[in-house]
Design a protein around this ligand. Structure first.
Ligand SMILES: [Zn+2]
Length: 75
């Protein structure tokens, strides 16, 4: 019981440190403080999103949604 509780706390703490963008297609994109890595993740997801949904996701839209996620995460 104690062990489960401890694990839950670690998990919560980890979640607090990381912002995750949940896309409408169901994919989770980890928001990292590295702009080059983030750009790579966005471009990879645009391709993945089209493969999953058949819809083209605009880079400006995904960036806007990620920024909203960051704002929500910080508040
Ligand atoms: Zn998507």
């Amino acid at each position: 019981m104690i062990k489960i509780k401890a694990n839950t706390e670690i998990y919560t703490q980890k979640n607090k440190r990381m912002a995750i963008f949940k896309c409408s297609c169901g994919a989770n994109i980890l928001i990292v403080p590295d702009l080059i890595e983030m750009d790579k993740a966005i471009n990879t997801h645009i391709i993945e999103h089209k493969r999953l949904t058949g819809q083209r996701l605009k880079e400006e839209i995904i960036i806007e949604l990620i920024l909203k996620t960051i704002v929500e995460y910080q508040s």
